[in-house]
Unconditional design. Sequence first.
Length: 133
Amino acid sequence: LMKILTMKVVQMTNEIIKTIVEYLNSNGINAVGNEATNELEYPYAVVTMSRLNRNDNISLWSLEVNVWDKHKYYSRAETISDNIDKLLDFARLKSGDNLICIFESQKNNLKDTDPAIKRVNMRFDMNIYESEN
């Protein structure tokens, strides 16, 4: 039973990340889910999520978006992260039988060991309302 529930959560997580990535891509953001490949061109955003809590049919998740750029300054990565914030803050998205509500972002510029790499880390709170099917 635990294995089935774990598989269901993994499947739901993958579906939700796919929904968010498609939403960002359709709005001009070069986004991928979970991990970037070496072939991906800068700048890009990587979307991940993790569950924090669950009550009845509502789950609280942390949505993390990292914007990566290879540029002398943070300006381009910051502009992209501002656009992502406008798209995701208070967004309501449907993913399968789930309703996703995203809000409350925090943003930080993070240093990389390579000074040419610029990274902006964004974290959002995300409620997922699961259907009772």
